[in-house]
Design a protein around this ligand. Sequence first.
Ligand SMILES: [Zn+2]
Length: 392
Amino acid sequence: MTEKLFYEHPVITSCEAEVVSCEERNGSYEVVLSRTVIFPEGGGQPADRGTIGGVPVTDAHERGGEVFHICTAPVPVGARVTVTLDTERRLDHSARHTGEHMLSGLAYKLFGAHNVGFHMAEDYATIDLDVFLDNEALSRLEEEANRAVRRDLPVTEVHTDHEGLASYTIRKKADIVSDDIRIVFIGGGEIDSCTCCGTHCAKTGEVGYIRIADAQKYKSGVRIWFSCGAMAVREAAAITRSMTNIARSFSTSREELPAAIRKAQDELGQTKRLLKERTRALCGLIAAGSADEAAVLLRPELSAADVKLLAESLVSANARVALVFGGSEGGACYCAMRREGETMQMNELIKSVNALTGGKGGGSPAFAQGRTDKPVTEELAAIMRDYIKKAM
Ligand SMILES: [Zn+2]
């Protein structure tokens, strides 16, 4: 069984070990050592990285008490090697794992919420709780977690067996029956107590800062995205810089930014309504000036919504059938509409337009629309005008 040095404090960053075995598997090499500082994946925490005799370790798993290190090249069996740890990655994982215990323990104590899921990825970590927490509750949870960070409470552990487990009051018990169950206490159990196989900080102060980044309703509870330590500080600093730049672009302060955004949204809404009214008026004027019963118009300045507005105006005025071409990113959008009582099939008409433009679209006998990547010419409009006149 591999001697596991990864639970020690302060963190052991390297050790000497003997290579017990090395086997090729799927292009990589699975290496077992007499001892290791490299934590294998477990308890929701990803594996450490490091080197064995200079060979990079990209992953590690535990099976039957042995740690299998996934290496990019073979190492000689029986050799004495130096095992080194990617310390930055470990400290980040330990801070996030300890932070996870603190958030989960406090969510249970403050709101009776149980942790029902934990996931730690390279660039984010989530906790799933079975009780929904609103923004006010999440703020309180974050504040209490950071208060516990500042108190620099001890993170301690005891080892027990399955029978001994019953004598401890703990938030979350492992389902496994094992001879060696590890219970981790934060602040002697005041903040949290939980069975766990991950790596942790020695004191809560080492977590540095716990930041709740986002939360979404998840089943009947909530999923919380959080970060800790250096990662949380980097994220908070990046967001502060972004907010400052956005506030400057609105000529306001960060504090006044929400009000400035609401004002800009209101103004944009009013401008859109005004533009629609004016487009409707413009369409009415164009329609009044068109005497054709087969109205085919080419107006590249109009959007897909606008061409429908113009087609409606045309059939309300003199047109029995209207076909309007608008503009669309170098190509064209178009729609066909008939006056009530007309029998020409607009979906069939659009098929003919699609055949000429190489575009796509369809609709009902009363209204159809399409789009093409190619620009539409006056010649094509003239062809369609003749086609509609003959078909009417
Ligand atoms: Zn843990």
